[in-house]
Design a protein around this ligand. Structure first.
Ligand code: FES
Length: 139
């Protein structure tokens, strides 16, 4: 599989600045009993395929990135590259997520490493849909 690199400047890569911004409003999700509930009506960043939202804080044990994949499937990953811990971003059209650092470790939907300096997979979490809500069960 040929890896496509997300277009980022060298400064963004050196600083580890992810393309996926923190959401301006954090009231579209909640976290209780090991489950994250996301209200799709309010999660603006997820409305299109390859859109993503960062879920951070609210007592989460790890940062999470939630990605809108093809056929209205959603993938949830720990947002922490297994090389040195930088955040990851979806690469549009590829069904991969990629580290925002200069080394660009790239993971497939299962979290397996496709390319990069680490061999450790990225942790993924099951996502189910209940009406207009997504439930992410943290592993
Ligand atoms: S931190 Fe991700 S490749 Fe180094």
């Amino acid at each position: 599989m040929k890896v496509i690199k997300l277009k980022r400047s060298i400064f963004q890569r050196l600083l580890g600045k992810p393309a996926t911004e923190l959401p301006g409003n954090n009231d579209f999700w909640s976290f209780t009993d090991g489950k994250i509930t996301v209200n799709l009506d309010k999660a603006n960043g997820l409305s299109k395929v390859d859109g993503a939202v960062r879920l951070e804080g609210k007592g989460l044990p790890n940062r999470i990135i939630l990605v809108h994949g093809k056929k209205d499937q959603y993938q949830a990953y720990d947002n922490k590259c297994t090389h040195m811990g930088r955040r990851v971003d979806p690469v549009p059209g590829t069904e991969t997520v990629q580290c925002c650092s200069v080394n660009c470790t790239t993971f497939n939907q299962k979290g397996e490493v496709i390319e990069g300096p680490t061999k450790k997979p990225l942790k993924t979490h099951p996502v189910t849909i209940d009406n207009n809500k997504l439930i992410i069960t943290l592993n």
